[in-house]
Write a protein that binds this ligand. Structure first.
Ligand code: FAD
Length: 404
């Protein structure tokens, strides 16, 4: 199945030349971290570090670990400075671009383009088969939320963690036209729940609401179709789509995940990739922190597996719940995700400022404002304007939002 290019490493046998590159680094203090690094060139607070080609990856990680940020890379005798962030890892493709003297930003965009998109379009969807459809809501929980798995072995559908697929429900809308596709975040890793590269899984909540005028209960078309889909039934799939929620290749990254309800889907894929699967090219050693908002304990989707992971990987995975109808916030009101973020805002703010931290938000549209407010207050306490800071995080591809 799909396998993105692996990061270059010092053992990369394809590059045994002696070329040198100069990293321009900021954020390493004069008498603190730099002593540990022990690099010679220094000018106006910035460090200029000469790195052999074969050690580029390791040095990037080391600099990031010490809190530094790489602002440019250039060949020792070259002309063109290469702009980049400290979290970036040079992929084989990127490394080739460096050799050619192209900008690292260009190389990164190219690497992103390796992500598969729109293999199947609505005019010609892939017909998958439902092989699993089970409830994720336990006793005391509200609504219907299902975990669905589709067999995709008969085609060319492939995807990576953080992407979505489209589902076209059968039948026609009230104008007699075929239903349009609905997007769903993929809840499995690229290898699928059975690790055989032959399936894709979703986590779907049946939309149910009271019609504002007629007061009748209305059920969503596609979510109802999926939640009640029989095992063995065919389903029309499009995509994959989406590059907003991709997981960085950096194994030492800090990954903050803020989820409400089915917003857990991409994070299940992340966590399964980090901790449940074994890969040659990705061995997660950083910190993953999931803050998960649900109404009742019975609505904690994938509860048992999440708690097992948190127990087994104590040093690398932290799990925090906000259970709105059962827990109280500091003011005695319902405990929503933004209250948990506010409670942990000092720690979160420290983490967010690290150059290799990525923050992801997925789920209900309404969750963004409260979270912004909580982080804004914390940032302001250290004299930082959150809106400006967040803009930069977005530019650096370290702030990822998918709400619906
Ligand atoms: P529809 O029949 O299309 O009805 C939806 C319409 O009902 C709305 O457009 C609105 O007009 C109306 N409506 C809804 N609520 C109310 C209300 N309270 N009062 C009045 N009118 C209302 N969903 C998941 O369950 N899991 C996922 O992982 C997931 N991932 C997504 C990822 C992305 C990128 C996006 C964009 C959406 C995602 N969704 C996910 C949502 C999903 O795409 C559908 O929107 C959802 O399932 C509803 O579709 P439906 O066909 O059931 O509802």
């Amino acid at each position: 199945m799909y396998s993105p290019s692996v990061v270059a490493s010092s053992t990369d046998s394809s590059n045994n030349d002696n070329r040198l590159f100069v990293y321009e680094v900021v954020g390493l203090s004069q008498n603190g971290n730099t002593d540990k690094i022990n690099y010679p060139l220094r000018r106006s607070g910035n460090l200029f570090i000469t790195v052999p080609y074969g050690r580029m990856n390791q040095e990037m990680r080391r600099i990031a670990r010490l809190g530094g940020k790489i602002v440019s890379i250039k060949p020792l005798n070259g002309e063109i400075p290469l702009q980049m962030t400290a979290t970036s890892q040079p992929t084989q493709q990127a490394s080739k671009e460096i050799e050619k003297g192209k900008s690292m930003t260009q190389a990164q965009v190219k690497a992103k383009d390796d992500v598969p998109v729109n293999i199947y379009r609505p005019s010609n969807p892939y017909l998958g088969k439902c092989v699993e459809n089970y409830s994720l809501v336990r006793e005391g929980g509200q609504g219907i939320v299902q975990h669905l798995t589709f067999d995709i072995s008969g085609g060319d559908l492939r995807y990576v963690e953080g992407q979505s697929i489209g589902i076209i429900p059968p039948g026609t809308d009230d104008k007699g036209k075929p239903h349009k596709l609905r997007l769903y975040s993929i809840a499995s890793t690229r290898h699928g729940d059975k690790l055989d590269d032959k399936t894709v899984s979703l986590c779907v909540r049946q939309l149910e609401y009271e019609h504002p005028e007629t007061k009748e209960t209305v059920y969503g078309v596609c979510s109802t179709y999926l939640c009640h889909l029989e095992v063995g039934a065919d389903v029309a799939i499009t995509g994959p789509v989406g590059k907003e929620m991709l997981l960085p290749k950096d194994e030492d990254a800090t990954i903050i995940m803020l989820a409400t309800g089915t917003g857990i889907a991409p994070f299940r894929a992340f966590l399964w990739r980090m901790f449940k699967e074994q890969h040659e090219d990705y061995k997660f050693k950083g910190l993953a922190w999931l803050i998960f908002g649900v109404p009742y304990t019975g609505n904690i989707l994938y509860k048992q597996e999440l708690e097992e992971l948190a127990e087994t990987y104590k040093d690398h995975f932290r799990l925090t719940y906000a259970i709105s109808r059962e827990q109280k916030n500091a003011e005695g009101g319902r405990m929503y995700i933004q209250h948990r973020v506010a409670e942990h805002s000092a720690e979160l703010w420290d983490l967010i400022q690290k150059p290799n931290t990525h923050t992801y938000m997925c789920g209900l549209k309404g969750m963004e404002d409260g979270i912004d407010a909580a982080l804004s207050a914390q940032a302001a306490a250290s004299g930082t304007d959150w809106a400006t800071y967040q803009k930069q995080l977005k530019k650096d591809h370290r702030w990822h939002v998918e709400t619906y």
